[in-house]
Design a protein around this ligand. Structure first.
Ligand SMILES: Nc1ncnc2c1ncn2[C@@H]1O[C@H](COP(=O)(O)OP(=O)(O)OP(=O)(O)O)[C@@H](O)[C@H]1O
Ligand SMILES: [Mg+2]
Length: 256
């Protein structure tokens, strides 16, 4: 069996004295969609950021396609030891943020082309063809030459997804991709994410949208105060939650 694209084992993460992750294991096998749900402050974003090494962690392992991250230092001083490895992992795990984070001084096409050109040093003509293909895929091929401020939130988020895809990553990480959007714009982004799931993309998705989590996930993880409280298939988790905390969480968030 091939190794999961992302695997995290017994991860501990603190900000100073605040313990945010207290020993978390999570795995995203190739072609699977894993959703992370939980209350505000439970550590979901922190976990995503630790997975792609945007944050350091103090204990535990992070593996990318079976390859463990090598560390130097201990405790709060622990960092990835190998910068080339860190960059390779980070560029293979493209992240999509709640607030889109597009560069406002670049056109949409330039936004999508920037990292493949500057970080991966790929050929400009090839990158442009790929960028146009992905902008077409997310339904905004006609927006190539405009600036982010001229797009709706839903269009901006779809541009951010095209930008993530243009890195040709091994997995996509989403942090609340629809939370900043009005309901109707949210649906156009949900549709794009659903299509990516159907295509067999490997994805780790933090979301408050329980309907989307239910529709797209192979596995759902409920995080509570830095620990996994419950996990399972969407059917198990959403129709037959076992823990009192998950039941409480779902009773206030579930829309169906
Ligand atoms: N850079 C930071 N410095 C200090 N504390 C932080 C930092 N980032 C997050 N935290 C704290 O870590 C905890 C977990 O935060 P995190 O952002 O991972 O939660 P979350 O589950 O993503 O919440 P939300 O649903 O609101 O996005 C919170 O208590 C938060 O205040
Ligand atoms: Mg968060």
């Amino acid at each position: 069996m091939t190794a999961p694209v992302i695997e995290i084992r017994n991860l501990h993460k603190a900000y100073g004295t605040l313990e945010v992750l207290k020993g978390v294991d999570i795995s995203a096998p190739a072609g699977h969609v894993v959703s992370l749900i939980g209350s505000s402050g439970s550590g979901k974003s922190t976990l995503l950021r630790c997975a792609n090494l945007l944050e350091d962690s103090q204990q535990g392992d992070v593996l990318f396609c079976g390859e463990p991250v090598t560390w130097k230092g201990k405790g709060l001083a622990r960092h990835p030891a190998d910068r080339a490895q860190m960059i390779r992992i980070r560029t293979n795990l493209s992240m999509v943020f709640q607030q889109f984070n597009l560069w406002s001084h670049m056109t949409i096409l330039q936004n999508v082309m920037e990292a493949p050109l500057t970080v991966l040093k790929r050929d400009r003509a090839e990158v442009e063809a790929a960028a146009r293909k992905y902008l077409d895929k997310v339904g905004i091929a006609d927006k190539c030459d405009v600036y982010p401020a001229m797009l709706s939130g839903g269009q901006q988020q779809r541009a951010a997804i095209a930008r993530a895809l243009c890195m040709e990553p091994k997995a996509l990480l989403f942090d609340e991709p629809t939370s900043a959007l009005d309901p109707e714009l949210e649906q156009e982004v949900v549709k794009v994410i659903k299509d990516l799931a159907t295509e067999g993309r490997t994805m780790l998705v933090v979301t408050h949208d329980m309907r989307m989590a239910r529709d797209i996930s192979d596995h759902v993880v409920f995080l509570h105060q830095g620990l996994i409280e419950e996990q399972g298939s969407p059917e198990e988790l959403f129709t037959n939650p076992k823990s009192e905390r998950l039941r409480g969480f779902l009773s206030v968030t579930q829309t169906t």
